[in-house]
Design a protein around this ligand. Structure first.
Ligand code: SIN
Ligand code: FE2
Length: 218
């Protein structure tokens, strides 16, 4: 692909914020400047706490590969969903939350109108082509006044942003490598999900999408 085309499709400079709710915004390219710092951190996290397919309380295997970093990590098993200070695979604390990720998420949260965001948990999701994440609410955190900050890396995805009930219509939002999305306040408990990932290969991450969601869980 020629350089001019690359520039057109992967703008190096962030575009205007797109508000998709009263307190929900996509910040296109917001994380691009951090990618070089984040990728080695991500490798360290995955080496210490590999992606695994968790089981839902109903006994279904989740298609998305999951791991965590931070003081708390989100886990699912036959007993339910919860945040845990230990990785159930290793019985060790989760990998440390990279400083760059706390910084980036606090800046993104501030841009969305949430001051002093201090995440203590980061759920890392890995999607391969065909993998989807069905509609759900993020409601296992203690304090809903704190937003969710999501950082997308690798292959592009279509994010579904719904209402406060599962049956409400959803907006479709394209999330690309380097995009950051923040939702909180009135939009904090909106249903959301990810449509099946389209096949492709990303120059830095290969045939997958990695999404990091930063939360104040405890
Ligand atoms: C999530 O809802 O946990 C992840 C959303 C995403 O992958 O964009
Ligand atoms: Fe979620």
């Amino acid at each position: 692909m020629m350089q001019t085309e690359l520039d057109l499709f992967n703008p190096a400079s962030p575009a205007e914020p797109q508000w998709i709710g009263k307190q929900a915004v996509v910040l296109p390219g917001f994380a691009l400047a951090w990618v070089e710092t984040l990728l080695p951190e991500l490798r360290r996290i995955i080496a210490q706490a590999p992606f695994r397919n968790m089981v839902t309380p109903g006994g279904l295997n989740m298609a998305v590969g999951l791991t965590n970093c931070g003081a708390l990590g989100w886990v699912s098993d036959r007993r339910g969903y919860r945040y845990s200070p230990l990785d159930p695979l290793s019985q060790q604390p989760w990998p440390v939350l990279p400083g760059a990720l706390s910084e980036l998420s606090a800046l993104a949260a501030a841009a969305a109108g949430f001051a002093d965001f201090q995440p203590d948990a980061c759920l890392v999701n890995c999607y391969k082509p065909g993998t989807r994440l069905s509609l759900h609410q993020d409601r296992d955190e203690r304090d809903y006044s704190q937003p969710i900050v999501s950082v997308s890396l690798g292959l592009p995805a279509v994010f579904q942003f719904g209402g406060h009930t599962r049956s409400e219509p959803t907006q479709r939002v394209g999330l690309r490598h380097g995009d950051v999305m923040v939702w909180g306040g009135a939009d904090r408990l909106r249903f959301h999900g990810v449509l099946p990932l389209k096949p492709g290969s990303h120059p830095l991450l290969g045939s997958r999408r990695i999404n990091l969601t930063l939360r104040k869980a405890g």
